[in-house]
Design a protein around this ligand. Sequence first.
Ligand code: GLN
Length: 268
Amino acid sequence: MKKVFALLLAVAMIASVAVLAGCGNKNATTETKPADTASADTKTNDSKTYVIYSDNAFAPFEYLDTATNNYVGVDMDIMAAIAEDQGIKYEMHNEGFDASMGAVQSGQADAMIAGMTITDERKETFDFSDAYFDDGQVIVAKAGTTLEDLKGKTVAAKTSTVGGEYAESIKEQYGFTINYYEGSDNMYQAVLTGTDVACVEDFSVIGYAIKSGEVDLSIISEEPANVKGYGFAVQKGKNPELIEMFNDGLKNIKENGKYKEILAKYGY
Ligand code: GLN
């Protein structure tokens, strides 16, 4: 009799544990972080694989490593490190900057990480993470070109970027018109071949391309203009848990040295 009771008790205990597990955080079994982490129960979503878009020719943030045929870069590594830290499942699609903006805005993508500058205007349609890098825009041309040489010519800018906005804001002052390109690589090419006299690009990106010997161009403006933070972005009001996880993960990888290690890998 005692034995039967003990057995029943054991079964009851197992059942109640199972019920408790079932009623609590549905992710409890895979939650590896300490329970004191803020709102852990709303943060992990086991079943969901997030679709994340990015640029495809924006070194050192995202670019194709031709040796491995994989997209690599600061953004790719930061995303991977944060995903590992937070248990985020995701698929990365490197489709270009304008395409990423469109994909997030249409809901085709859950988020984007693409050296995207956080601006007040974008905040009307996107929610951003904390900034993870600061950058501004410079004017780039063949060595020996001066800002006076832009007069009456065309300047290349990249569709949907703050570089394009900057070009628009100074075109009257310098007397140029703007040609838009989808990719940074197309933009550099247009300047190298002489289609456009100059282009506008984020300082770190063109700086990296010049330093690595990839493009034979020079920065002809002075200090980078409109320096602002880069952020990970979602459609406004959508996937708030993803922004929260990104921010928590960013904080953790800054604390554990991983963030520094990633930047150092790309020469920062
Ligand atoms: N930082 C710039 C922007 O947000 C350019 C981004 C990019 O071309 N990937 O507009």
